[in-house]
Design a protein around this ligand. Structure first.
Ligand code: SF4
Length: 231
């Protein structure tokens, strides 16, 4: 199902307003696609600061990913402890590395650079524990391909504003948002929505009174109609 033109226009307005508020995207650390995948697994259920710390410890202890793949799992658990859930994440990362080596003969995801985005996405989704969000992060930030990751902030903010329909699963929301936004804006808009979700449109008490996109927001319109408090 393709989003209507009116919703595409509304989304572009939201994008412009958020960019005016927060500015352009901050420069991101450029990582190769395999490192992006590892960092994304580390980032599950923790903050960017913690996952970055765990990633740097991992890099220091295992300067080659082959050494990480073949290490004792206890050593990996210890290295990634700052990321939390290390007993789950360590074997998951090692299984990913083993699978990539077994299938491709070497430990690299650079072969995906030559593949069209749909094929690369489908292949990434065959990896154990790689869902639509992780696949999209590897595609856009590791490979520079057009994909829109829908994380918890994007999903919540998008539904409140009304650019992601209520009832649409987070999995289906990926394709929906990709059809709403110009590919050149995938990365910047994704980062703007995350920042907005962290700073203003928080999960528990959204700060609607100071929100620059309240004029576009379905949640705010409904709350105002029923006189609900929106601080
Ligand atoms: S008006 Fe409120 S609910 Fe809507 S985007 Fe802003 S903070 Fe979120």
């Amino acid at each position: 199902m393709r989003p209507p033109a009116s919703l595409r226009r509304k989304t572009a307005r939201v994008d412009r307003i958020l960019e005016a508020r927060y500015g352009g995207p901050r420069r991101r650390l450029r990582l190769d696609p395999l490192s992006t995948l590892i960092l994304t697994v580390l980032s599950q259920h923790t903050s960017d600061t913690n996952s970055q710390r765990a990633f740097e410890r991992l890099r220091r202890r295992f300067p080659a990913w082959e050494r990480l793949r073949d290490a004792r799992v206890e050593a990996v658990i210890d290295a990634i402890r700052p990321a939390g859930l290390s007993r789950l994440k360590a074997p998951r990362i090692q299984r990913l590395l083993t699978r990539i080596t077994a299938e491709r003969g070497r430990l690299s995801l650079d072969f995906l650079r030559r593949w069209p985005v749909d094929r690369a996405k489908a292949w990434l989704r065959t990896l154990d524990g790689v869902g639509p969000k992780t696949a999209a992060i590897v595609l856009i930030f590791g490979l520079g391909k057009a994909a829109f990751p829908v994380d918890t902030h994007v999903y919540r903010v998008g539904r409140r504003i009304g650019i992601i329909p209520e009832g649409l699963s987070v999995e289906k929301a990926h394709g929906w948002v990709e059809a709403l936004v110009r590919p050149a804006r995938y990365g910047p808009f994704h980062l703007l929505l995350i920042r907005h979700g962290r700073e203003i449109c928080k999960a528990v008490r959204p700060r609607c009174v100071v929100c620059p996109v309240r004029g576009q927001c379905d949640f705010f319109r409904r709350a105002a109609r029923y006189g609900a408090a929106t601080r």
